[in-house]
Design a protein around this ligand. Structure first.
Ligand SMILES: [Zn+2]
Length: 333
């Protein structure tokens, strides 16, 4: 059953049967002349049927959706965009950075394999990288990139009563959507109440954790009564959640320095030593897709540490090893 947030904004609960996270909060904005869906669900029967059912509860059909705004390219957010565009002539609205990322997604597999090999990843991780960066998912992303009925928006651009705030970190072109009138932030996966958003390295010469922390500070500068996140509970105290997320990353940075010891380790070796907030006893028990996300997190944190000279890298036999230069760090923003 959809939850009413304001008189014309509703939270829909879209099932994600094929993904660990289980469900997505999509949002429906009804204006006098159009209906706008924010994020879609995955390309799955569960997502489609729950979207149909939630709309039905509001007395609406899929064919009455006019536009879809995508917060970021991940499969649970963009997954039905192509279908909705083709079947119901829905216009897709996406940020320019994310759009350009999708456009070059076909190179992503090679880039990711290069990063993983350089960082000493296991064969299992190299295999799972295919699922994340090629095949079925890549095909879904590429198709969105080829749509004609698409509007590319820029940072700070306003549409209707909404303002697009680019908040890179979770993905390089993630955008939040700010409803200034109601002081609501549709925060996508940048702010989540129950889990910490995954921050992974997407491209070799990037610093996604630094981008993410800057995005959190940017959000802090807005007056936000509620953050309507894309998964889990609505966030009632945005500033407090931001503080918790910064604290979490500071703890993770220090945990990495602690597990590194004094000899050089690969990012993969470091990833296996971190205490991930998952139910497991040892690294080998983790599902390969969890290992893949954990490896991405480790790399993002190591890049951050490298940029503040808390670790340095050395290359031996074509593999990067990290050596610590500081015992502990503090995030200063
Ligand atoms: Zn998501």
């Amino acid at each position: 059953m959809p939850e009413s947030i304001t008189k014309n904004l509703f939270k829909l609960s879209i099932k994600l049967p094929d993904l660990e996270i289980g469900s997505l909060n999509a949002y429906l904005l009804t204006l006098s002349d159009k209906n706008i869906l924010i994020d879609t669900g995955s390309p799955s029967y569960g997502s489609i049927s729950s979207l149909v059912e939630d709309l039905e509860d509001l007395g609406m059909k899929i064919s009455e959706i006019n536009e879809v705004i995508i917060t970021h390219f991940h499969i649970d957010h963009i997954g039905l965009a192509y279908l909705l565009s083709k079947l119901a002539n829905v216009k897709i609205i996406i940020g320019n950075v994310e759009y350009n990322f999708i456009k070059r997604f076909k190179y992503r597999y090679d880039e990711m394999i290069k990063i993983l090999k350089l960082n000493g990843a296991s064969q299992q991780l190299l295999n799972i990288a295919f699922d994340f960066t090629s095949g079925f998912r890549a095909n879904i992303y590429s198709r969105v990139g080829e749509l004609n009925n698409i509007e590319i928006v820029n940072n700070n651009q306003s549409l209707y009563n909404l303002r697009f705030l680019f908040t890179p970190g979770h993905t390089i072109g993630h955008m939040c959507i700010y409803d200034e009138e109601n002081k609501l932030l549709l925060s996508g996966d940048t702010l989540l109440a129950d889990i910490t958003p995954n921050i992974s390295l997407y491209e070799e010469n990037s610093n996604p954790l630094s981008d993410y922390l800057k995005s959190l500070m940017k959000i802090s500068s807005f007056e936000v009564k509620k953050s309507l996140s894309a998964h889990g509970r609505i966030i009632e105290n945005t500033k407090e959640r931001i503080r918790e997320l910064i604290r979490h990353h500071e703890e993770r940075l220090n945990e990495i320095l602690e597990v590194m010891g004094n000899s050089g380790l690969t990012a993969y070796e470091i990833a296996t030593k971190i205490k991930w907030k998952l139910k497991y006893d040892g690294w080998d028990e983790l599902d390969p897709s969890q290992q893949y996300l954990a490896m991405g997190e480790t790399l993002a944190h190591l890049k951050y540490l490298e940029n503040i000279n808390a670790v340095r890298t050395m290359i031996s036999d074509g593999i990067i090893k990290y050596v610590k230069q500081k015992e502990n760090v503090k995030i200063s923003l």
